[in-house]
Design a protein around this ligand. Structure first.
Ligand SMILES: Cc1cc2nc3c(=O)[nH]c(=O)nc-3n(C[C@H](O)[C@H](O)[C@H](O)COP(=O)(O)OP(=O)(O)OC[C@H]3O[C@@H](n4cnc5c(N)ncnc54)[C@H](O)[C@@H]3O)c2cc1C
Length: 266
């Protein structure tokens, strides 16, 4: 690991100023991705700006319209165990409860996960399926505009994710086929019955990261059942292929995970 300077921010504007004043600064949240990357000398930020002690971006609130607002520095374990999330969006609580292992869930954060946008990360599927809004220190994004490709987002270099707002949904479920070593998704499907109809989002399988399955959504609008999606799969050519599984294997996993998620949400 190369030498770096550590800064503990206590407000978002503090953090923004620290980042601006650094030569090549990086925001640090749970450190579950950034610190291993630094240890391997694949990243060498001059300064680390720690967001974990900023109260204004931590915690979970149920809002008057039924939506759930989660601060960016909230760890996965807190999302998984929160009573409001479990009651309103059980699929989201379940998703957070199956990220990595207990260490990762108590250190890793929602903001760090979505800013990193690993193609196998779980949260992007929930944000896209539920039509979540991402709040930053500069503006708001829809999930559709936020995730722009593998490890890519629409964030500026100096932009800080502050919270995510998840609209209410009557039914939610997330089912993934985890990589047995890391627990990252080889294919993960989040399904939701929302005010604007059925939504299906897939992570872990696509070459460009998270994506929706419009055909499955249309079928589920007419008939919310596992059978309705049983013959539908994404195009094999668009799937990831690596040492863990071929593109055809992942396309098939999407169908299987979608069937299980629809059954679970029913
Ligand atoms: C062994 C292991 C298993 C894992 N398994 C899973 C899994 O099953 N599913 C899954 O989804 N994930 C998994 N993860 C990843 C985990 O969820 C991490 O929490 C996540 O990748 C990064 O979150 P973090 O808070 O640790 O971010 P950090 O590592 O601190 O930061 C990651 C990146 O995001 C930037 N960043 C952090 N916070 C912000 C912010 N608020 N605004 C803007 N940029 C920000 C940082 O500058 C950095 O570039 C696993 C990780 C490990 C080590």
């Amino acid at each position: 690991m190369y030498e770096t300077k550590y800064h503990r921010a206590s407000t978002v504007s503090d953090a923004a100023a620290m980042l601006k004043n650094a030569d090549d600064g990086k925001l640090l949240s749970g450190g579950q991705t950034l610190i291993p990357t630094m240890k391997q000398r694949l990243a060498a930020p001059s300064d680390l700006i720690d967001l974990r002690h900023i109260d204004e971006i931590s915690g979970i609130t149920k809002q008057a319209d039924g939506s759930i607002r989660i601060g960016a520095a909230t760890c996965h374990a807190d999302v998984a165990g929160n009573a409001d999330v479990r009651a309103a969006l059980p699929g989201l609580a379940d998703l957070a409860g199956h990220i990595g292992d207990p260490h990762v869930r108590h250190m890793g954060t929602l903001g760090g996960s979505i800013a990193n946008n690993d193609p196998a990360a779980d949260y992007p599927a929930a944000l896209l399926a539920l039509g979540a809004t991402i709040e930053t220190n500069k503006r708001e994004f829809t999930a559709k505009d936020f995730f722009t490709g593998m490890f890519e987002t629409a964030l500026d270099e100096d932009e800080i994710v502050t919270a995510v707002v998840f609209p209410a949904a009557s039914h939610t479920a997330y089912v993934k086929f985890p990589n047995p070593a890391s627990r990252y998704a080889m294919a993960g499907v989040f399904v939701a019955k929302t005010g604007s109809g059925a939504r299906v989002a897939v992570t872990g399988a696509g070459q460009n990261g998270v994506f929706r399955m419009p055909d499955m959504e249309k079928a589920l609008d007419g008939n919310w059942s596992a059978d309705a999606v049983a013959s539908m799969a994404p195009a094999v050519d668009d799937m990831l292929s690596d040492m863990h599984g071929t593109a055809a294997y992942r396309a098939n996993l999407v169908t299987v995970m979608a069937k299980r998620a629809v059954a679970a949400a029913a």
